[in-house]
Design a protein around this ligand. Sequence first.
Ligand code: KIV
Length: 296
Amino acid sequence: MTMPDEKIQKKTIPFIQAKKEKKEKIVAITAYDFPVAKIVDECGIDLILVGDSLGMVVLGYKNTIPVTMEDMIHHTKPVVFASKSALVVGDMPYFSFHLSNEESVYNASRFLKEAGASAVKIEGASKKRLKLVEALVEAEIPVMGHVGLTPQSIYHFGQFKVKGKDIDEAENIVQDALNLEKAGVFSVILECIPMELARIITEKLKIPTIGIGAGPYCDGQILVFHDLVGFSCGYLPKFVRKYVDIHEVISRAVRGYIDDVRKGKFPDSDHSYHLKSEKLDELRKKEDQKRGKKKK
Ligand code: KIV
Protein backbone atom coordinates (compact mmCIF):
# COMPACT_ATOMS: atom_id res chain seq x y z
CA MET A 1 0.00 0.00 0.00
CA THR A 2 1.30 3.49 -0.81
CA MET A 3 0.90 6.06 1.90
CA PRO A 4 0.24 9.71 1.00
CA ASP A 5 3.54 11.57 0.92
CA GLU A 6 3.21 14.10 3.71
CA LYS A 7 6.08 16.20 2.40
CA ILE A 8 4.28 16.99 -0.88
CA GLN A 9 1.74 19.81 -0.52
CA LYS A 10 -1.32 19.67 -2.77
CA LYS A 11 -1.84 22.97 -4.56
CA THR A 12 -5.19 24.55 -3.80
CA ILE A 13 -7.38 27.20 -5.39
CA PRO A 14 -6.35 29.84 -2.78
CA PHE A 15 -2.69 28.95 -3.56
CA ILE A 16 -3.29 29.50 -7.29
CA GLN A 17 -5.15 32.76 -6.65
CA ALA A 18 -2.47 34.06 -4.27
CA LYS A 19 0.04 33.80 -7.09
CA LYS A 20 -1.67 36.70 -8.84
CA GLU A 21 -1.27 38.91 -5.76
CA LYS A 22 2.37 37.84 -5.41
CA LYS A 23 2.94 38.46 -9.14
CA GLU A 24 4.17 34.87 -9.55
CA LYS A 25 3.26 33.21 -12.85
CA ILE A 26 0.86 30.25 -12.75
CA VAL A 27 2.04 27.42 -14.99
CA ALA A 28 -0.60 25.02 -16.27
CA ILE A 29 -0.63 22.21 -18.81
CA THR A 30 -3.05 19.58 -20.08
CA ALA A 31 -2.73 15.84 -19.39
CA TYR A 32 -4.99 12.91 -20.11
CA ASP A 33 -3.26 9.88 -18.56
CA PHE A 34 -1.22 8.63 -15.60
CA PRO A 35 2.35 8.66 -16.99
CA VAL A 36 2.16 12.17 -18.44
CA ALA A 37 0.40 13.55 -15.36
CA LYS A 38 3.11 11.99 -13.16
CA ILE A 39 5.91 13.60 -15.18
CA VAL A 40 4.37 17.07 -15.30
CA ASP A 41 3.42 16.91 -11.62
CA GLU A 42 6.97 15.90 -10.64
CA CYS A 43 8.27 18.81 -12.73
CA GLY A 44 6.33 21.20 -10.47
CA ILE A 45 3.45 22.28 -12.68
CA ASP A 46 0.80 24.27 -10.73
CA LEU A 47 -2.37 23.13 -12.47
CA ILE A 48 -3.28 20.24 -14.75
CA LEU A 49 -6.32 20.61 -16.97
CA VAL A 50 -7.82 17.39 -18.28
CA GLY A 51 -8.99 19.25 -21.35
CA ASP A 52 -11.57 18.12 -23.85
CA SER A 53 -8.71 18.67 -26.31
CA LEU A 54 -8.43 14.96 -25.41
CA GLY A 55 -10.73 14.45 -28.40
CA MET A 56 -8.28 16.00 -30.83
CA VAL A 57 -4.85 15.05 -29.46
CA VAL A 58 -5.56 11.57 -28.06
CA LEU A 59 -8.76 10.23 -29.63
CA GLY A 60 -8.14 11.55 -33.16
CA TYR A 61 -11.35 13.56 -33.61
CA LYS A 62 -11.30 16.65 -35.85
CA ASN A 63 -12.72 18.82 -33.04
CA THR A 64 -13.84 18.52 -29.40
CA ILE A 65 -17.57 18.11 -30.05
CA PRO A 66 -17.79 14.27 -29.87
CA VAL A 67 -16.06 14.05 -26.45
CA THR A 68 -18.39 12.59 -23.81
CA MET A 69 -18.69 12.79 -20.01
CA GLU A 70 -17.59 9.14 -19.84
CA ASP A 71 -14.42 9.95 -21.84
CA MET A 72 -13.65 12.83 -19.50
CA ILE A 73 -14.24 10.90 -16.26
CA HIS A 74 -12.20 7.97 -17.59
CA HIS A 75 -9.22 10.22 -18.36
CA THR A 76 -9.50 12.47 -15.30
CA LYS A 77 -9.19 9.56 -12.85
CA PRO A 78 -5.62 8.52 -13.78
CA VAL A 79 -4.51 12.16 -13.89
CA VAL A 80 -5.79 12.64 -10.33
CA PHE A 81 -4.05 9.41 -9.19
CA ALA A 82 -0.76 10.70 -10.58
CA SER A 83 -0.97 14.29 -9.34
CA LYS A 84 0.53 14.59 -5.89
CA SER A 85 0.88 18.35 -5.98
CA ALA A 86 -0.82 19.94 -9.01
CA LEU A 87 -4.43 21.15 -8.84
CA VAL A 88 -6.49 19.05 -11.26
CA VAL A 89 -9.32 20.66 -13.22
CA GLY A 90 -11.74 18.62 -15.35
CA ASP A 91 -13.09 20.13 -18.55
CA MET A 92 -16.84 19.80 -19.07
CA PRO A 93 -17.38 18.45 -22.59
CA TYR A 94 -19.85 19.75 -25.14
CA PHE A 95 -23.48 19.15 -24.15
CA SER A 96 -22.69 18.14 -20.59
CA PHE A 97 -23.76 21.60 -19.38
CA HIS A 98 -26.26 22.81 -21.98
CA LEU A 99 -29.59 21.45 -20.75
CA SER A 100 -30.93 22.08 -17.24
CA ASN A 101 -28.79 23.51 -14.45
CA GLU A 102 -29.71 20.45 -12.45
CA GLU A 103 -28.21 18.05 -14.98
CA SER A 104 -25.17 20.28 -15.48
CA VAL A 105 -24.46 20.49 -11.74
CA TYR A 106 -24.83 16.70 -11.51
CA ASN A 107 -22.37 16.21 -14.40
CA ALA A 108 -19.90 18.64 -12.82
CA SER A 109 -20.18 16.86 -9.47
CA ARG A 110 -18.99 13.64 -11.14
CA PHE A 111 -15.60 15.25 -11.81
CA LEU A 112 -15.21 15.81 -8.06
CA LYS A 113 -16.94 12.71 -6.65
CA GLU A 114 -15.97 10.03 -9.19
CA ALA A 115 -12.77 11.33 -10.74
CA GLY A 116 -11.32 13.25 -7.78
CA ALA A 117 -10.72 16.57 -9.58
CA SER A 118 -10.75 19.80 -7.55
CA ALA A 119 -12.64 21.98 -10.04
CA VAL A 120 -14.30 22.04 -13.45
CA LYS A 121 -13.90 24.30 -16.46
CA ILE A 122 -16.72 25.45 -18.70
CA GLU A 123 -16.55 27.43 -21.92
CA GLY A 124 -18.51 30.61 -22.59
CA ALA A 125 -20.22 33.43 -20.68
CA SER A 126 -23.79 33.68 -21.98
CA LYS A 127 -26.48 34.74 -19.48
CA LYS A 128 -27.50 31.10 -19.04
CA ARG A 129 -23.85 30.09 -18.54
CA LEU A 130 -23.40 32.74 -15.83
CA LYS A 131 -26.44 31.38 -13.97
CA LEU A 132 -24.90 27.92 -14.24
CA VAL A 133 -21.60 29.17 -12.79
CA GLU A 134 -23.58 30.53 -9.82
CA ALA A 135 -25.37 27.19 -9.41
CA LEU A 136 -22.08 25.28 -9.54
CA VAL A 137 -20.42 27.53 -6.98
CA GLU A 138 -23.53 27.17 -4.82
CA ALA A 139 -23.01 23.40 -5.01
CA GLU A 140 -19.39 23.85 -3.78
CA ILE A 141 -17.96 23.10 -7.23
CA PRO A 142 -15.12 25.49 -8.08
CA VAL A 143 -15.29 26.70 -11.68
CA MET A 144 -12.72 27.95 -14.16
CA GLY A 145 -14.11 30.11 -16.97
CA HIS A 146 -12.96 30.13 -20.60
CA VAL A 147 -13.44 33.05 -23.03
CA GLY A 148 -12.06 34.24 -26.37
CA LEU A 149 -11.76 31.31 -28.73
CA THR A 150 -14.00 28.65 -27.21
CA PRO A 151 -13.43 25.49 -29.30
CA GLN A 152 -16.84 23.98 -28.48
CA SER A 153 -18.37 26.82 -30.54
CA ILE A 154 -16.48 25.70 -33.65
CA TYR A 155 -19.58 25.31 -35.82
CA HIS A 156 -20.69 28.79 -34.77
CA PHE A 157 -17.27 30.34 -35.52
CA GLY A 158 -16.66 28.28 -38.69
CA GLN A 159 -12.94 27.97 -37.95
CA PHE A 160 -10.38 28.25 -35.16
CA LYS A 161 -9.14 31.84 -35.35
CA VAL A 162 -8.05 34.73 -33.14
CA LYS A 163 -10.92 36.48 -31.34
CA GLY A 164 -11.22 40.11 -30.23
CA LYS A 165 -9.41 41.78 -33.08
CA ASP A 166 -12.23 44.25 -33.65
CA ILE A 167 -13.42 46.65 -30.95
CA ASP A 168 -16.95 45.24 -30.50
CA GLU A 169 -15.66 41.71 -30.10
CA ALA A 170 -12.85 42.89 -27.80
CA GLU A 171 -15.34 44.77 -25.58
CA ASN A 172 -17.55 41.68 -25.42
CA ILE A 173 -14.64 39.51 -24.31
CA VAL A 174 -13.71 42.00 -21.54
CA GLN A 175 -17.34 42.00 -20.39
CA ASP A 176 -17.54 38.19 -20.54
CA ALA A 177 -14.47 37.90 -18.29
CA LEU A 178 -15.87 40.46 -15.83
CA ASN A 179 -19.25 38.72 -15.75
CA LEU A 180 -17.63 35.35 -15.10
CA GLU A 181 -15.63 36.83 -12.24
CA LYS A 182 -18.82 38.27 -10.75
CA ALA A 183 -20.59 34.92 -11.15
CA GLY A 184 -17.85 33.29 -9.05
CA VAL A 185 -15.22 31.59 -11.26
CA PHE A 186 -11.85 31.23 -9.53
CA SER A 187 -9.84 31.94 -12.67
CA VAL A 188 -10.41 32.35 -16.38
CA ILE A 189 -8.74 30.95 -19.49
CA LEU A 190 -8.15 33.53 -22.24
CA GLU A 191 -7.71 31.67 -25.52
CA CYS A 192 -6.39 33.12 -28.77
CA ILE A 193 -6.87 36.84 -28.23
CA PRO A 194 -4.48 39.74 -28.88
CA MET A 195 -1.94 40.17 -26.07
CA GLU A 196 -2.96 43.81 -25.57
CA LEU A 197 -6.55 42.74 -24.92
CA ALA A 198 -5.39 40.00 -22.53
CA ARG A 199 -3.40 42.64 -20.65
CA ILE A 200 -6.48 44.87 -20.21
CA ILE A 201 -8.52 41.91 -18.93
CA THR A 202 -5.74 40.76 -16.60
CA GLU A 203 -5.48 44.26 -15.11
CA LYS A 204 -9.26 44.52 -14.63
CA LEU A 205 -9.79 41.15 -12.95
CA LYS A 206 -8.98 40.22 -9.36
CA ILE A 207 -8.95 36.51 -10.25
CA PRO A 208 -6.05 35.07 -12.28
CA THR A 209 -6.14 34.93 -16.07
CA ILE A 210 -4.49 31.94 -17.70
CA GLY A 211 -3.59 32.46 -21.32
CA ILE A 212 -3.21 30.18 -24.30
CA GLY A 213 -2.32 32.20 -27.36
CA ALA A 214 -3.04 35.36 -25.34
CA GLY A 215 0.49 36.72 -24.86
CA PRO A 216 2.77 37.34 -21.90
CA TYR A 217 0.66 39.61 -19.70
CA CYS A 218 -1.70 36.92 -18.38
CA ASP A 219 -1.23 35.79 -14.78
CA GLY A 220 -0.44 32.31 -16.03
CA GLN A 221 -0.03 30.18 -19.13
CA ILE A 222 -1.41 26.87 -20.30
CA LEU A 223 -0.43 24.72 -23.28
CA VAL A 224 -1.68 21.41 -24.59
CA PHE A 225 0.96 18.85 -23.52
CA HIS A 226 1.05 17.11 -26.90
CA ASP A 227 1.72 20.43 -28.68
CA LEU A 228 4.67 21.47 -26.54
CA VAL A 229 6.43 18.10 -26.79
CA GLY A 230 5.78 17.65 -30.53
CA PHE A 231 3.40 14.71 -30.09
CA SER A 232 0.32 16.13 -31.83
CA CYS A 233 -0.61 15.25 -35.37
CA GLY A 234 -1.29 18.04 -37.83
CA TYR A 235 -1.49 21.82 -37.58
CA LEU A 236 0.32 23.62 -34.73
CA PRO A 237 -0.97 27.12 -33.89
CA LYS A 238 1.47 30.07 -33.98
CA PHE A 239 1.36 30.46 -30.18
CA VAL A 240 2.85 27.00 -29.46
CA ARG A 241 6.53 26.64 -28.64
CA LYS A 242 7.62 23.05 -29.33
CA TYR A 243 10.22 22.21 -26.65
CA VAL A 244 11.06 18.76 -28.03
CA ASP A 245 10.11 16.71 -31.08
CA ILE A 246 8.88 13.57 -29.34
CA HIS A 247 7.33 12.30 -32.59
CA GLU A 248 10.84 12.15 -34.02
CA VAL A 249 12.28 10.56 -30.84
CA ILE A 250 9.60 7.84 -30.81
CA SER A 251 9.88 7.21 -34.56
CA ARG A 252 13.64 6.74 -34.24
CA ALA A 253 13.16 4.24 -31.39
CA VAL A 254 10.46 2.24 -33.20
CA ARG A 255 12.44 2.17 -36.47
CA GLY A 256 15.44 0.88 -34.49
CA TYR A 257 13.31 -1.87 -32.93
CA ILE A 258 11.87 -2.94 -36.31
CA ASP A 259 15.35 -3.05 -37.80
CA ASP A 260 16.86 -5.02 -34.90
CA VAL A 261 14.09 -7.67 -34.90
CA ARG A 262 14.28 -8.09 -38.67
CA LYS A 263 18.07 -8.49 -38.53
CA GLY A 264 17.94 -10.89 -35.55
CA LYS A 265 19.74 -8.39 -33.30
CA PHE A 266 16.90 -8.22 -30.78
CA PRO A 267 16.36 -9.90 -28.41
CA ASP A 268 19.94 -10.88 -27.56
CA SER A 269 21.19 -12.96 -24.62
CA ASP A 270 21.20 -9.90 -22.30
CA HIS A 271 17.49 -9.35 -22.90
CA SER A 272 16.51 -13.02 -22.41
CA TYR A 273 15.91 -15.31 -19.42
CA HIS A 274 18.30 -18.24 -18.91
CA LEU A 275 18.19 -21.78 -17.61
CA LYS A 276 21.02 -22.81 -15.22
CA SER A 277 23.42 -25.21 -17.03
CA GLU A 278 22.63 -28.22 -14.78
CA LYS A 279 18.89 -27.69 -15.40
CA LEU A 280 19.54 -27.39 -19.10
CA ASP A 281 21.51 -30.67 -19.11
CA GLU A 282 18.71 -32.40 -17.21
CA LEU A 283 16.06 -31.05 -19.56
CA ARG A 284 18.07 -32.12 -22.63
CA LYS A 285 18.55 -35.60 -21.18
CA LYS A 286 14.84 -35.99 -20.49
CA GLU A 287 13.87 -34.77 -23.94
CA ASP A 288 16.41 -37.20 -25.54
CA GLN A 289 14.96 -40.08 -23.51
CA LYS A 290 11.43 -39.17 -24.68
CA ARG A 291 12.62 -39.13 -28.28
CA GLY A 292 14.35 -42.53 -27.78
CA LYS A 293 11.14 -44.08 -26.43
CA LYS A 294 9.11 -42.78 -29.36
CA LYS A 295 11.56 -44.32 -31.91
CA LYS A 296 11.14 -47.81 -30.33
O1 KIV B 1 -9.35 21.49 -23.83
C1 KIV B 1 -8.31 22.12 -23.59
O2 KIV B 1 -7.20 21.59 -23.60
C2 KIV B 1 -8.45 23.53 -23.28
C3 KIV B 1 -7.19 24.33 -23.21
C4 KIV B 1 -6.72 24.60 -24.58
C5 KIV B 1 -7.35 25.56 -22.43
O3 KIV B 1 -9.53 24.02 -23.13
